[in-house]
Design a protein around this ligand. Structure first.
Ligand SMILES: NC(=O)c1ccc[n+]([C@@H]2O[C@H](COP(=O)([O-])OP(=O)(O)OC[C@H]3O[C@@H](n4cnc5c(N)ncnc54)[C@H](OP(=O)(O)O)[C@@H]3O)[C@@H](O)[C@H]2O)c1
Length: 204
């Protein structure tokens, strides 16, 4: 599969390493264009491609990994979505480094707001709870799998992202809809920033 990233910073690069290891191609993009990404894709290795935002957004699965304050202008700058899966990995923090007060998005979950700004995309909230060091570390720790949460309104898209994250080695927990699950996993919610491990197989 070809996976695009909108944003190519710490979070997108950590995600890309897993996706490349799982055998996917990753088209990384930022606001400055492919030439600014040559060093990053060289470091990531074969399968990593420096792309335009439009090329990245045209992939069947796309990771949104830009700072919260850049989300509206970034989404507004992209072509219309045509059913791609948009993985929302953002956290709603404002620009000041170290300010972890979640932005107020009114009565919506942050991913519902993103879905409203990206009509035509199938938005799946995922991975926002993981820090980059944890995302860069091995998904399996002493036999226990790191837990990744997902929320979405489209079951097919959610299943695809679940399969992708399981192929990275994570234990994936489906929290429900963009609203219900989103509020639980987003910044300020009870699972935000939790670094959880699952031991053994799930007993159903
Ligand atoms: N760091 C973490 O621990 C972590 C973990 C999970 C989730 N997140 C979330 O992931 C998002 C990104 O975090 P990060 O740590 O990766 O930030 P970062 O290292 O600052 O990277 C941000 C990336 O976004 C790009 N960007 C900015 N404006 C853009 C635009 N208009 N169009 C396209 N690309 C644009 C930047 O490229 P330019 O050089 O072009 O500006 C840069 O590549 C944030 O919402 C953050 O809350 C972060």
């Amino acid at each position: 599969m070809e996976i695009g990233t909108i944003g190519a910073g710490a979070f997108a690069q950590a995600f890309a390493k897993h996706a490349l290891k799982a055998g996917h191609k990753v088209k990384l993009s930022n606001s400055r264009g492919p030439d600014s990404l040559r060093e990053i894709v060289n470091q990531l290795g074969p399968g990593a491609i420096a792309a335009t935002k439009e090329e990245a957004a045209d992939c069947e699965m796309v990771l949104l990994a830009v700072p919260w304050d850049k989300v509206p202008e970034t989404l507004a700058s992209l072509p219309e979505w045509t059913n791609q899966i948009l993985i929302d990995g953002t956290n709603p923090f404002h620009g000041e480094a170290g300010d972890f007060t979640p932005a107020n998005v009114g009565n919506l979950s942050t991913s519902q707001l993103i879905a409203a700004l990206a009509p035509g995309a199938r938005v799946v909230k995922a991975l926002n709870n993981m820090t980059v060091p944890n995302l860069e570390a091995e998904p399996v720790v002493n036999g226990a799998r790191r837990v990744a949460f997902i929320s979405a309104d489209n079951d097919g898209a959610k299943k695809r992202v679940q399969t992708l994250l399981e192929s990275f080695g994570y234990s994936v927990i489906d929290l429900g809809s963009l609203r219900d699950g989103g509020l639980i996993q987003q910044a300020g919610g009870p699972l935000a920033g939790r670094n959880l491990l699952e031991q053994g197989e799930r007993h159903k």
